[in-house]
Ligand binder design. Structure first.
Ligand SMILES: *Cc1c(COP(=O)(O)O)cnc(C)c1O
Length: 398
């Protein structure tokens, strides 16, 4: 199946992008034109099972009819509406959001991306505590703007941009003693991903986040969970925090929440909201009706199609099946729900290319981890096709 609306493609889409964009992205060898559910089609009409989902964005699948309908309607009503005016699409999104978030996190700031959500969370934590220091974890990824980048760990992302924001430090992930030593009277917040995504798919140990919360609170600091990648049902609950039975002080969401439109959310408690006032922070596009209409549809779909439990069931089944294959190239499998990392014994780049040839799209999380972030609407049949591709590609040494 290809799109019924075939646009007049320019003769060489790939060469044009390569020539006209700054060279920040390593581009794949084909261009994507169309998507439906867990499948995407390239401009030559080849179809792929998409276990990238735009880096975890397409949780409800590509072009879900309810998302398409919501943004088509909203595009005809009002596309831009700065936050100084209320808007029905935004109010609907916020009210649905408040129904799925923990009741303690009852206030929201809307923005346009993951890094913006993290940026706002860091600013809110500093204002609410009147402190300046932030503690993050080794392997952490929180985004690329200067504040979020200061919390991000990888030297390749940071070094060219020094000096970064002062007051940030990193402690080993899942090491409670190191964290206890690091948190002090100047700590505004500890920021963590419940499952480290870009860093290689490392879930927090069972008791870790609970202990982190106790330590931060005993020191008057806040706990920020960056659920940009883990949120929206990806790991088997709407928030990954639910696996760990904790409610953080601040949660960041983005990626899946906008169904493909740029949308970020910072959720905070009433107490933190009380430290904020008009003019302290803002965003021109934040809370725009088009993104909010998409977000409202996404939340409805997650609920209607029970995507969080679906991610839990499918993820458990799929990982068991991968284990049964006993793939010689795989050293370790780490996962929570449909957030899956296969640590290889070798560099993963050639395996990702080989998977493309089997019509499966996967992405890297560091040099040796193949990461799978399929849409949560993916069918068991499609996952069986992914298994067959993995068996072929990872069954041999590249
Ligand atoms: C992707 C990601 C970000 C950054 O999101 P952008 O929308 O690319 O700015 C931040 N934190 C985590 C955990 C992410 O996975």
């Amino acid at each position: 199946m290809t799109s019924s609306l075939t646009p007049p493609f320019l003769p060489d889409v790939i060469a044009l992008e390569e020539k006209l964009e700054v060279p920040l992205y390593r581009k794949r060898s084909f261009a994507l034109a169309h998507g439906q559910g867990a499948r995407v089609w390239d401009i030559d009409g080849n179809s792929y099972i998409d276990c990238i989902s735009g880096h975890g964005v397409a949780v409800v699948g590509h072009c879900h009819p309810q998302v398409v309908q919501a943004i088509t309607y909203q595009a005809q009503e009002l596309i831009t509406c700065q936050e100084s005016f209320a808007n029905p699409a935004r109010a609907l999104f916020l009210s649905r959001l408040s129904q799925v978030m923990p009741p303690e996190l009852s206030r929201f700031f809307l923005c346009n991306s993951g890094t913006e959500a993290v940026e706002a969370a860091l600013k809110f934590a500093r204002v609410a505590t009147d402190r300046t220091e932030i503690i993050a974890a080794t392997r952490a990824f929180h985004g690329r703007t200067m504040g979020a980048l200061s919390a991000t760990w990888r030297p390749q992302y940071r070094d060219a941009f020094q000096p970064l924001v002062p007051g940030f430090s990193h402690v080993p992930f899942n090491n409670i003693e190191a964290l206890e030593k690091a948190v002090g009277e100047n700590t505004a917040a500890v920021i963590l991903e419940p499952v480290q995504g870009e860093g290689g798919v490392y879930p927090a140990d069972p008791g870790y986040l609970k202990q982190v919360k106790e330590i931060t609170h005993s020191q008057g600091a806040l706990l920020i969970l960056d659920e940009v990648q883990t949120g929206c049902g990806r790991t088997g609950h709407f928030l990954a925090a639910e696996h760990y039975q904790i409610t953080p002080d601040i949660v960041c969401l983005a990626k899946g929440i906008g169904g493909g439109l740029p949308l970020g959310v910072v959720a905070v408690s009433e107490k933190i909201a009380a430290a904020l006032a008009p003019g302290l922070h803002a965003s021109t596009f934040g809370g725009n009706p088009l993104a909010c209409a998409a977000g409202a549809a996404v939340l409805q779909i997650i609920e209607q199609e029970q995507l969080s439990p679906r991610a839990a069931h499918l993820g458990t089944w799929f990982v068991e099946e991968i284990k049964k294959l006993a793939l010689p190239a795989v050293r370790d499998i780490r996962s929570l729900g449909l957030m899956i990392g296969l640590e290889l014994r070798f560099r993963c780049a050639p395996y990702l290319t080989a998977l493309e040839q089997q019509r499966v799209l996967a992405l890297a999380a560091g040099p040796q981890v193949v990461r799978l972030l399929p849409p949560l609407v993916i069918t068991q049949e499609e996952l069986e096709q992914v298994l067959a591709a993995l068996a072929i590609v990872l069954g041999e040494q590249k």
